[in-house]
Design a protein around this ligand. Structure first.
Ligand SMILES: Nc1ncnc2c1ncn2[C@@H]1O[C@H](COP(=O)(O)OP(=O)(O)OP(=O)(O)O)[C@@H](O)[C@H]1O
Ligand SMILES: N[C@@H](Cc1ccc(O)cc1)C(=O)O
Length: 361
């Protein structure tokens, strides 16, 4: 791939790149580029995670030396899985399997355990230096990166360490690119500002879209705030199982959940079914959405691009039920091999049962 092809591969299906020029310069420099994403191993992945997993695949294919940080300590701080570190580590093994089944070339990705970072005194030196350069108000505001509101830091002070650790992870691993969903924006912006003050490499932030809750965004006007704060509230989230399709859901569960999903006729904004079509289904090369419907409703139709689908939907030429059925069937095809990869392994199956019973938020 030449520079342009690499750039396009990295940029497709993203919401923002901070900054595009810096990314171009990195690619043009011809040197090695180090990127990462971190996630909390804290339960079963939902289809929102496929959005970043597909992006990891793009980055690896574009030649980025990529690490996936299994943020075990972060999950502990964030009260996941009852703070059971053994279970948190097990959850990380399951997510690895999910990533492989979703097409991420695992042999070309470095998996890093947050406990390994935290075992180095230099890591903690870095956390303290980062803390010195960040105001308390800014760190509190960054709590959205862990799906919390600023006020929640009052309950338990470890929550304030989390954003500082996330920023330090980036410096410790000496990264050029930090990837995350839009809800991770505050960590990346903080890292960019602190980088200048500490004379560190300023990471390019790449943000992928957030899929809304299946129940819809609710009263969006009632949640004023910056875009990432709002998205953190309305996203499909594993802590709210009724909002999500999980990668281990049965075919019938997927169909049932999509059938019940919020999907007003002609509405594009905040429509989770269209978002799934756009960011999960059409994110795959060569995808075609096939709508089966009786001839009295227009007969079968095929969409080869999201844009065509959106146009027909917005103009009322595609009924919500027909959209839902088509999206559900395609999702079933995507989820099935992932579910089988996880559930065909009896150790994983058992671990999953324990984890599902222990999801604490
Ligand atoms: N609904 C979503 N759509 C797209 N990406 C998502 C979605 N939810 C989470 N992500 C991304 O997945 C990564 C892991 O996020 P996170 O651990 O917060 O997910 P989650 O399962 O919703 O967790 P929780 O419910 O525990 O907050 C982050 O980069 C985040 O941006
Ligand atoms: N805050 C991220 C997890 C994360 C943790 C540490 C990092 O360095 C990066 C990401 C999330 O909630 O998904």
């Amino acid at each position: 791939m030449d520079v342009e092809e690499r750039f396009n591969r990295i940029a497709r299906n993203t919401v923002e790149i901070v900054t595009v020029d810096e990314l171009r310069r990195l690619l043009e420099s011809g040197g090695g580029i180090k990127g990462y994403i971190g996630y909390e191993p804290s339960g079963v992945a939902h289809i929102g995670w496929l959005v970043w997993m597909y992006k990891v695949k793009d980055l690896v294919e574009a030649g980025v030396d990529f690490s996936v940080l299994e943020a075990t300590w972060h999950a502990y701080i964030n009260d996941k899985l009852g703070g059971d570190m053994e279970l948190i580590r097990t959850a990380a093994r399951i997510v690895r399997r999910v990533m492989e089944a979703a097409g991420v070339p695992a042999e070309r990705v470095r998996f890093v355990d947050a406990e390994e970072l935290a075992s180095d005194k230099d890591y903690w030196g870095l956390v303290i230096r980062v803390a010195k350069r960040a105001s308390l108000a800014r760190v509190r505001r960054a709590l959205t990166i862990m799906g919390r509101r600023a006020e929640e830091a009052e309950v338990d002070a470890s929550k304030l360490i989390y954003p500082l650790m996330q920023v330090s992870d980036i410096f410790y691993m000496d990264l050029d690119i930090a990837l995350g969903g839009m809800d991770q924006r505050k960590a990346h912006m903080l890292a960019r500002d602190v980088a200048e003050k500490l004379g560190r490499k300023k990471p390019v932030a790449i943000h992928t879209p957030i899929i809304s809750s299946l129940q819809g965004p609710g009263r969006m006007e009632a949640s004023p705030g910056e875009i990432d704060d709002v998205l953190a509230e309305v996203k499909m989230s594993k802590s709210k199982p009724e909002t999500a399709v999980f990668v281990v859901d049965s075919d019938e569960d997927i169909r049932r959940k999509i059938r019940k999903a919020y999907c007003p006729a002609r509405q594009v904004q905040g429509n989770p079914v269209l978002e799934i079509a756009r960011y999960v289904l059409f994110a795959r090369d060569g995808f075609i959405l096939r709508v089966e419907r009786p001839s009295r409703y227009g007969g079968p139709v095929e969409y080869v691009s999201y844009e065509e689908l959106e146009r027909d939907y917005a103009e009322g030429r595609l009924h919500p039920l027909d959209l839902k059925n088509a999206v559900a069937e395609s999702l079933v095809e995507i989820v099935r091999p992932i579910r089988e990869a996880v559930l065909s392994d009896s150790t994983m199956r058992r671990a999953l049962e324990v984890i599902e019973g222990r999801v604490t938020r």
